[in-house]
Design a protein around this ligand. Structure first.
Ligand SMILES: Nc1ncnc2c1ncn2[C@@H]1O[C@H](COP(=O)(O)OP(=O)(O)O)[C@@H](O)[C@H]1O
Ligand SMILES: [Mg+2]
Length: 298
């Protein structure tokens, strides 16, 4: 079992300042004192192993994702963060040669069980990718597409489009050109459009794979604020390269690393530590986590 439960009595007060030089302030929201593990997890991974052909990419991951929490997945490049994230809404089904073992539960139901429709899974568990992937449609129709195809009850599509675009900090830039192609937007704007598109269908869980890597610092900050707003309605799981971002926005952090196989040298990803973000950054229990977050590795 890779999950290391924290002891509730040692929550944020253990911050000893060791990492203040390398990390932004961990958000210390006194009203969000968290239990050691999510008491009411929306999703859980049990014994998750992922293979690409013969390559064992991710080894035995156990995680739980709390309702109305933001969970960050961090770790060096290639440790399997995106692979794990894609397992959470069956996006790996679309990757040739990928094979998933173990269970991922959503409200207690294994999304890999026979008879589960992966498309239905993805309407509940939406995803924002690292590279923006707008549809070849107008800005308006990018947002309206999901609500339309899923038959969502919408009082005013115009209002929904505006709300989603405002939420993704894009409205002011596009309000006068909603009928123009999304391809005319800059990369950063396209990514915010994709975030708006995901929000528009009101999923239960939002998966984000380095969603801000194409955004400038101002847009990034707006998206981070947005994530914290969205947290009251959604469960958010974010892969981020940016430790300051994990520290700023997340409630819990899962740190992954990759271990080379002694014979093949192939690097298999594994979960090192999962805990409250305050503890991961102030007082991690594993030396590998401490080395990574203090910049000695990765
Ligand atoms: N489609 C794929 N086919 C083969 N190997 C893959 C594929 N996607 C990822 N991998 C490999 O799986 C490992 C984990 O990758 P990934 O999940 O992308 O890591 P991270 O997101 O942490 O950088 C890496 O060794 C990567 O090369
Ligand atoms: Mg990745």
């Amino acid at each position: 079992m890779s999950i290391k439960p924290a002891t509730a009595s040692t929550a944020p007060s253990t911050h000893d300042g060791r990492h203040v030089d390398t990390l932004a302030t961990v958000h210390q929201d006194a009203e969000r004192e968290l239990p050691a593990l999510p008491p009411d997890p929306v999703m859980e991974a049990h014994g998750l192993n992922v293979f690409y052909g013969d390559f064992h990419a991710v080894h035995d991951v156990n995680l739980s994702f709390g309702r109305n929490e933001i969970t960050a997945l961090i770790g060096p490049s290639g440790c399997g963060k995106s692979t794990v994230l894609r397992c959470l809404n069956r996006m790996n089904d679309l990757v040739t040669g990928a094979r998933v073992e173990g269970e991922v539960t959503y409200h207690g139901q294994n999304i890999y069980a026979r008879g589960v429709d992966p498309i239905a899974v993805r309407t509940h568990i939406g995803m924002v990718f690292q590279k923006p992937n707008p549809f070849p449609k107008s800005i308006y129709d990018n947002i309206a597409y999901g609500p339309r195809v899923t038959g969502m009850k919408v009082d005013s599509m115009d209002d929904l489009v505006e709300e989603a675009l405002r939420g993704a900090a894009l409205w002011d830039e596009v309000k006068d050109k909603l009928k123009q192609s999304a391809y005319g937007l800059s990369g950063g704007q396209q990514q915010r459009l994709c975030i708006a598109r995901t929000i528009a269908t009101r999923p239960d869980v939002i998966l984000m794979d380095e969603p801000c890597s194409a955004l400038d610092p101002i847009a990034t900050s707006r998206i981070e604020d947005l994530m914290m707003e969205l947290r009251s309605d959604y469960t958010i799981i974010i892969v981020t390269h940016n430790m300051q971002q994990a520290a700023r926005v997340s409630d819990r952090t899962a740190f992954f690393t990759a271990r080379p196989d002694e014979t093949t040298g192939n690097r298999t990803g594994l979960l090192v530590e999962f805990d409250q973000t305050t503890r991961i950054f102030a007082n991690p229990s594993d030396k590998r986590t401490e080395d990574y977050i203090s910049g000695r590795f990765g």
